[in-house]
Design a protein around this ligand. Structure first.
Ligand SMILES: [Fe+2]
Length: 316
């Protein structure tokens, strides 16, 4: 059958993945994980300081795929931090347990004898710490110990969720703000049965006021201007000017969209896998489908900008 003109122009166009045309990479290997987000990067040794042109390619892949995965990276904590600083300033978190003596690293750990339902509130897709005035830009996480099967981390692309909404709902969300608060997580945690409690950091320097923030429901990338949904159940209180019941109804619908498989990628951890994910424009969740095995991941958290909304862009 003869090709029509539109087919020819499409086949000549650069391949499209994660909602954008694939860039050309000269120094690193880039293999997309799914059509929605995530790529594996090869040809980089993260123990070494990296050349500026290689960092630029890694950042291009990070902006495009929002989740970048490196394999076989046997790093010391200092090497892990040095790589993280290419993305920005490392921050401490008030709530997540720290890793050993490193106050500026956190750990996610489940021992082999712990039940699989130990972190119920984070079994939904979420972004980390949206209650902070400047929530994390990205998380740099490395696997020390992984189950033989299961314990993957899944990601959902919040740009694509927003881009696939109707114009009517986009317009509504563009004008909305969300109140997020982490002020009550310690008191809520204490009321849970011990086996369901989160491992939380016991002390931090933030005041209750610093644990609550109002952010736009639609977040805009500060450089590209691309828009993404920034509404998620974890720490959500309500939309500004809306009742809690109204807020929860819309939230439930929006959260259901993030579950759809065509927005996802899923990464299987191996020992020394390192993942950097954009915490501003993706949602993530650990998959707790493993039993009687240890899972130990360590991470740094990189400080983000105060979230920009569509009205902030118009004001510039
Ligand atoms: Fe998380």
């Amino acid at each position: 059958m003869a090709m029509v003109a539109s087919d020819i122009s499409r086949s000549a166009a650069r391949p499209t993945v994660a909602g954008r045309a694939l860039a050309t990479y000269k120094l690193i290997g880039v293999e997309p994980i799914s059509g929605a987000c995530g790529c594996e990067i090869s040809g980089v040794d993260l123990r070494q300081p990296l050349a500026a042109d290689m960092i630029a390619e890694i950042m291009t892949a990070f902006e495009h795929f929002a989740v970048i995965v490196f394999r076989d990276q046997d790093l010391t904590p200092e090497e892990h931090k040095a790589f993280s600083r290419y993305f920005g300033e490392i921050m401490e978190l008030p709530q997540a347990p720290t890793y050993g003596d490193h106050r500026d690293m956190q750990e996610v750990r489940r021992e082999a004898d712990e039940p699989e339902n130990v972190v119920p509130s984070f079994e939904n897709f979420h972004t980390d710490s949206p209650f902070l005035l400047r929530p994390p830009k990205c998380i740099v996480m490395r696997a020390l110990d992984v189950p033989r099967w299961g314990g993957d981390t899944a990601f959902s692309n919040a740009y694509l969720v927003y881009e696939n909404l109707s114009d009517g709902l986009k317009q509504l969300l563009d004008g909305l703000e969300v109140v997020y608060s982490g002020a009550d997580i310690w008191s809520k945690n204490e009321k849970l049965p011990p086996e369901k409690r989160l491992r939380l950091r016991e002390s931090h320097d933030l005041t209750p006021d610093q644990l609550t923030s109002v952010h736009p429901a639609v977040r805009v990338h500060p450089i590209t201007g691309r828009k993404a949904l920034y509404v998620t159940t974890a720490y959500f209180k309500h939309f500004v000017g809306w009742s809690e019941a109204e807020s929860r109804a819309l939230l439930a619908y929006l959260q259901s969209l993030a579950q759809q498989l065509h927005y996802h990628c899923r990464v299987k951890w191996q020992k020394n896998t390192l993942i950097v994910w954009d915490n501003r424009f993706t949602l993530h969740r650990g998959v707790h489908d493993f039993k009687f095995e240890r899972r130990h991941l360590v991470r740094t958290t990189v400080l983000g900008e105060r979230p920009l909304g569509p009205t902030d862009l118009r004001a510039q």
